[in-house]
Design a protein around this ligand. Structure first.
Ligand code: DON
Length: 553
């Protein structure tokens, strides 16, 4: 697996813990965290900081998220005591069709939904940035986008992670003249410490700052985007760009043993699956179980939630997603009644599709809390590392390959090994199903803001961190907790190196589980915890990544 070498270098050094009564930012890149902090210091609120962080990550973490991608921003607006989900997810182009990635024998064409402009959905990030600024922020985009413009124009230095990601996608990046020019050096992944400048992207960001979203979705830039996409085999139209709209949605919420959980609604599957899993767990005295029993039980609830994901979850504006039924006590009870504490339930007894293991990829998350108590949890993506690897000529905009999150063909796994069916089939204008799970947790004493990248494993990482928080763990405990994962198909528990003990593994084997130790750890979680009594904040960035967590005192 290509992440094999990626994450261990920083294992011992980057778990950051800081305390304050003020404001905090935790993100995947120190420059993005700094950009957010600067905005907070200038009097901006958490939403202004979120804009600055989103735009800066788009510049300095080009393999993870970007202006050419999408995401979900979960907001808590303190003055109204309101939670809202900003859905800036990409949409399928209007010319997209159900079988667009199949050959004439109805087989999925390898790579067709992953490389090049045909794999790109219509981006949502520029519209979301404007939406946040107009409806929630206090500062103009000329201020909140300043840091991103500076880093695009003056350049930022690459690190080892960049080098590995670029190496992994070298071949695809070399197929796009502008992508190769910007992100590679003499057609090769650059060594750590190389300066990457993005003058075209700086210009695009300036347009966004001066004209708002129409600077991106209309006029000269939109013309350039469409011309470049179409001349390289893509199917975007000007109508697609002009029609893109951010959607405000009501988050999904639930409860687990006195803890409130607020997370994202479809087109993410994350909130529904998280709440389902926690509700299933509520039926057990979880803390009283042994390590082996806990691991078995968690694998069983993960399996069941991911089964429902495969069948029922999709864009609720296009298909009927029975959210209330899926998280209803009746449905949860029915799922719980099939769990045996002494035996694994084969996934094939829940359904018949068989798929391969998923792969690791990239995406990003950040968490912000400001001094007034506003909060943002945002998970953003261009999907695979460097997205589609295609930069629309003269724009600096690296396009996503989020179309792969659709189910190209029922039962055929996508790049994360996830299967889907009707609910997540491709339709013009539809949003592809996501696993991104930015989440808020709240107990009587504390609250948490969290999320992580990690493809199909995002939801189970958030679950494990949620349980860590529930039992009193700090932000550091949440992000650094060892991880394991079951996603229904393949019927196997995947775990980080050495996370499951010999005793646990033996007992899982005896219960009939298949297990696989991964080559490397996964995920890159960023969490903030507020102690409501002391009003102290703690922020933490995952030791597995190279992000940073800071608090203003
Ligand atoms: O929306 C999704 O579920 C995926 N596009 C997220 C991809 C991802 O997290 C890759 N990261 N490691």
């Amino acid at each position: 697996m290509f992440l094999r070498f990626i994450l261990f270098a920083l294992t011992l050094s980057t778990s950051l813990h800081v305390h304050s009564q003020q404001a905090a930012v935790a993100s995947a890149h120190p420059l993005a965290t700094d950009a957010g902090m600067e905005i907070l210091k200038k009097g901006g609120n958490a939403f202004d900081a979120a804009i600055a962080i989103t735009a800066t990550l788009a510049v300095v973490e080009p393999y993870s998220s970007g202006i050419g991608g999408g995401g979900f921003w979960l907001l808590h607006v303190k003055k109204d005591d309101r939670n809202v989900m900003i859905d800036g997810r990409e949409r399928a182009p209007l010319a997209a069709s159900r079988n667009m990635y199949l050959d004439k024998n109805a087989n999925v064409v390898p790579g067709a939904s992953i490389d090049g402009p045909l794999s790109a959905g219509i981006p949502g990030v520029p519209a979301a940035i404007e939406h946040l600024a107009l409806n929630y922020g206090k500062l103009p985009l000329s201020v909140t986008l300043e840091a991103a413009i500076k880093h695009a124009s003056n350049g930022f230095k690459t690190d080892e992670h960049y080098q590995r990601m670029a190496r992994f996608r070298e071949e695809a990046l070399n197929k796009s003249t502008d992508a190769a020019k910007i992100f590679l050096l003499n057609r090769k992944a650059p060594l750590p410490g190389t300066l990457i400048t993005q003058p075209d992207l700086a210009e695009t960001l300036r347009l966004l700052a001066s004209k708002g979203a129409r600077g991106f979705y209309q006029g000269e830039l939109a013309d350039k985007l469409v011309d470049s996409v179409v001349s390289h085999g893509g199917i975007w139209s000007k109508e697609d760009l002009a029609a893109y709209k951010v959607i405000e949605r009501v988050p999904v919420s639930g409860e687990y043993r006195g803890m409130k959980v607020v997370s994202v609604a479809p087109p993410s599957s994350g909130g529904v699956a998280l709440i389902q899993m926690l509700s299933m767990l509520s039926g057990f005295d979880f803390e009283a179980l042994s390590d082996s029993e806990q691991t078995h039980l968690l694998a069983e609830i993960m399996r069941r939630a991911y089964r429902d994901r495969a069948e029922f979850l999709g864009d609720a504006d296009y298909v009927k997603v029975p959210v209330n039924r899926l998280i209803s006590q009746k449905h949860v009870d029915r799922m719980v009644s099939t769990i045996q504490l002494d035996q694994a339930t084969p996934s094939t007894e829940l359904s018949s599709a068989i798929v391969d293991a998923g792969k690791e990829t990239d995406t990003t998350h950040f968490s912000v809390v400001d001094k007034d108590g506003n909060r943002v949890a945002a998970t953003l993506s261009i999907n695979y590392p460097f997205g589609s690897c295609f930069v629309a000529e003269g724009t600096g905009v690296l396009l996503n390959d989020e179309m792969d999150d659709f189910s190209s063909k029922p039962g055929v796994p996508n790049v994360y090994g996830l299967v889907g069916a009707e609910a997540n089939a491709i339709e013009p204008g539809k949003r592809m199903l996501s696993s991104m799970t930015p989440t808020f947790l709240e107990t009587e004493d504390r609250l948490a803001v969290l999320g992580t990248p990690g493809g199909s494993r995002i939801i189970t990482m958030v679950l494990l961190a949620t349980l860590e928080f529930h039992k009193g763990g700090s932000a550091g405990d949440m992000v650094n907790r060892g991880r394991f994962h079951h996603q229904y198909l393949p019927d196997k528990i995947f775990y980080e190196p050495d996370v499951l003990t010999e005793t646990v593994l033996k007992s899982l084997f005896e219960r009939g589980h298949d297990t696989e130790m991964l080559d490397s750890s996964y995920g890159n979680m960023h969490a903030i915890v507020l102690d409501k009594k002391s009003m102290q904040l703690e922020a933490a960035s995952d030791y597995r990544g190279s992000g940073s967590a800071r608090v203003i005192h």
